[in-house]
Design a binder for this molecule. Structure first.
Ligand code: XMP
Length: 533
């Protein structure tokens, strides 16, 4: 399905006809997506385009109210350094250059950039020396404000028409502006939380300088997408694979609202789900929403297929292939389906057109159970291509979906199979389900569920000796994992109290036959990964 995801972002432009919108040109910064998030949070629709996938005609046709130039890892002093397309400075729209974006703007407009003796990273303070529309009501003249810097070069000479708004000891041109042309540039990153008022500066730029009205709301998005789905699908039939996760669930509910029973959902029960999960999915979709649903219990097939397999990558591939086989057979039963609905999100779209490309090394082949073969000959319906994960949750709320469904922790496609290192058996699955249920029950009771990105139990292929009552036991070891994260790319261990961990351990050992020892995993990511396989 990768090729289907990699459509050009031009294809989604119709949404911009209805809303004020901003273009973000990406120079490869790690935090470019945060610029988009800050803008969306203030009700402004925006898109991120790689700087080198932005021909002049396309930018003009997009007709943004303003343009933001992101940071980036390169130096403008390098030969062939990335530049903003010249048209950007000729369109008469406001521009905000951040870090590398500021430096390339300065260089392209005739100013000077120099290499720093030493690179400046992290927290810094700026003195605000002049008023500006971007700082109005946020930073007063004379104030001393915290910002977050991350740069190797700095502006040494401003182009004509610019003046300094704020400066720091290390960066005399930390914040500059040409108010006539409405060009602004910061050496620091306003998009990160470590610049405490950064989001307000960006809001001033989009609302007060660019004149955006902040009309990008979930209610408006919902109505627009419903109209769009009806237009795309007509009287056709749509199938949608449900995984039990937030993305596919919200996709299905939105599409059902648009086209009713022209949608059939397919839920392949792999037998690798957590306790009660399949029942919840079936109950929500079939009984609560009355959405036609094929619930295919394929647990025997998956368990047979996994017999004797302990290599994690082979497990993932086998599960992916079996899933496709079962899904294919189910969709044939629907008969005459022309469309396949997918919960593709904006980060997947950006990734697929990013000039920096994806990771070069395969750590794990994240074989999504939702990944379907290219030869299905179905047209894609992807109503959430413009949304970030937190916006999907907001849309779910807008659609009245149950809160506990919306807040669910992510769950991997291959399910519990990758939480049982070594061979997966029915007996081990049963043991793990019970332990996991107790762990999550205690987390919910303690009110910690929403603070945690993911929490789960892992059943190790190791037996150890214990003593219960007067008897010797020889049972499995269970490891508990809980992490905080914002995107799953990096993660920290959740700092449970010893009292909490002791309570969970006691309950698991007392209540789950087959486990006599519990450990807590305190590895961050990196170097560990979130899942154990
Ligand atoms: P790792 O273990 O790579 O996980 O740190 C990062 C995030 O990805 C999820 N994950 C998967 N999701 N298929 C999926 O759909 C997979 O094979 C898979 N492996 C890991 C993991 O749960 C975490 O949220």
């Amino acid at each position: 399905m990768e090729n289907a995801k990699a459509q050009d972002s031009n294809e989604e432009l119709d949404i911009t006809l209805n809303h004020d919108h901003i273009l973000i040109l990406d120079f490869g910064s790690q935090v470019t997506q945060l610029i988009a998030r800050r803008l969306r949070e203030s009700g402004v629709y925006c898109e991120i385009w790689p700087f080198n996938h932005a021909p002049a005609e396309k930018i003009k046709a997009f007709n943004p109210r303003g343009i933001i130039l992101s940071g980036g890892p390169r130096s403008v002093l390098e030969k062939d350094a990335p530049e903003a397309p010249a048209v950007v400075f000729e369109m008469g729209v406001p521009i905000f250059g951040i870090c590398y974006g500021q430096q390339t703007m300065v260089k392209q407009l005739g100013g000077k950039v120099e290499a720093e003796q030493s690179r400046e990273f992290g927290r810094a303070f700026v003195d605000v020396v002049a008023d500006s529309k971007v700082a109005k009501g946020v930073w007063d003249k004379g104030a001393h404000e915290q910002v977050w810097m991350s740069h190797g070069d700095h502006v040494a000479e401003m182009p004509d028409g610019f003046r300094v708004i704020a400066k720091s000891e290390g960066a005399p041109f930390a914040f500059i502006a040409d108010t006539d042309r409405r060009f602004y540039g910061t050496q620091f990153h306003p998009e990160v939380v470590h610049t405490p008022h950064g989001a307000d500066l960006l809001k001033n730029f989009t609302h007060n300088v660019c004149g955006c009205s902040g009309d990008w709301t979930m209610a408006a998005f919902r109505e627009e997408q419903i109209a769009k789905i009806r237009e795309q699908v007509g009287n056709g039939k749509v199938i949608c694979g449900l995984s039990g996760g937030v993305d596919s669930s919200v996709t299905a509910v939105l599409i059902h609202e648009a086209i009713g029973d022209q949608l059939t959902c397919i839920y392949v029960d792999t037998g690798l789900m957590r306790s009660g999960e399949s029942e919840q999915v079936v109950d929500l979709f079939r009984n609560h929403y009355n959405i036609p649903l094929i619930h295919e219990d394929a647990s025997d097939k998956f368990l047979d297929g996994l017999e004797g397999i302990s290599d994690p990558e082979i497990k993932r591939k086998l599960i992916g292939n079996m899933f496709i086989e079962v899904f294919d057979a189910c969709s044939a039963r629907v008969g005459g389906a022309e469309f396949l609905a997918q919960g593709t999100l904006y980060p997947d779209v950006i990734e697929s057109v990013s000039f920096t490309g994806g990771p070069s090394v395969t750590i794990k082949s994240h074989h999504n159970v939702g990944g379907l073969p290219d030869d299905m000959a179905l047209k894609l319906v992807e109503p959430m291509r413009e949304l970030f994960k937190d916006e999907v949750r907001e849309l779910g709320r807008e659609l009245g979906m149950p809160e506990d469904f919306i807040r669910r922790h992510p769950f991997p496609g291959p399910g519990l199979a990758i939480r049982i290192p070594g061979e997966v058996t029915g007996e081990k699955l049963e043991i793990l389900r019970k332990a996991d249920l107790i762990y999550l029950d205690e987390i919910r009771k303690t009110g910690l569920y929403d603070e945690i990105w993911q929490a789960f139990a892992v059943l190790l292929p190791v037996k150890t000796v214990g003593v219960m009552g007067d008897a010797r036991t020889y049972d499995y070891v269970c490891a508990l994992r809980a992490v905080t994260s914002t995107d799953g790319m990096t993660a920290d261990t959740y700092p449970f109290s010893h009292e909490f961990l002791g309570r969970v351990s006691t309950r698991i050992i007392n209540e789950v036959h087959g486990i006599n020892r519990v450990t807590y995993d305190i590895t961050s990511k990196p170097p560990g990964t979130i899942e154990w396989e």
